[in-house]
Ligand binder design. Sequence first.
Ligand SMILES: N[C@@H](CCC(=O)N[C@@H](CS)C(=O)NCC(=O)O)C(=O)O
Length: 201
Amino acid sequence: MKLFYSPGACSLAPHIVANEAGLDVDLVKVDLATKKTEAGDDFLGVNPNGYVPTLALPGGEPITEASVVVQYLADQKPDSGLLPKPGEAARYRVQQWLAFISTELHKTFSPFFKPTTPDATKEANRALLNRRLGYVDAKLEGRSYLTGESFTVADAYLWTILGWSKFVGFDLSPFKNVQRFMETVAGRPAVQKALREEGLA
Ligand SMILES: N[C@@H](CCC(=O)N[C@@H](CS)C(=O)NCC(=O)O)C(=O)O
């Protein structure tokens, strides 16, 4: 398997999951501006949408979408606890969080990275993020991770997206449980390993 990534981008979530699961994944760095891999290959030939994460499987069509790539990786190690097994009610709770993170957080953060985003849009997104983070903070009350004491793929995704806060000037300090969550996840060896492998630590 090859995981196409860009340092610190949302592809960090599946990278963390691969490390947590102990999977052997080849990392391929992509320049998102030029759509070239580090080796100079055309990334659009792999994913015509030109975005990471993209997981290339031997002899198959690549899997895209962060919320799905993390599930595919976790399912390669069903006993890892990263994603409850098919049919278990708890699996849908994790999938609910993945959808929430993707649609309510990830895509609300993205416009901050685009120089063409109008200030009014940034302000509206900041207000929405504050409301959504209030919800997340309440859910994290009295628990280490989103669904309890067990780290799942949703935690990897949430941690990755909220890690962007410092780059876009979004203040996490009102959200005490979220701040504690960020520190807890940062302390996981698989997370630190992923940061080192992406040249971020
Ligand atoms: N729908 C995709 C979006 C992924 C995405 O936005 N990736 C960003 C990095 S976090 C990217 O590669 N942007 C470059 C581009 O869209 O050209 C997903 O959910 O995984």
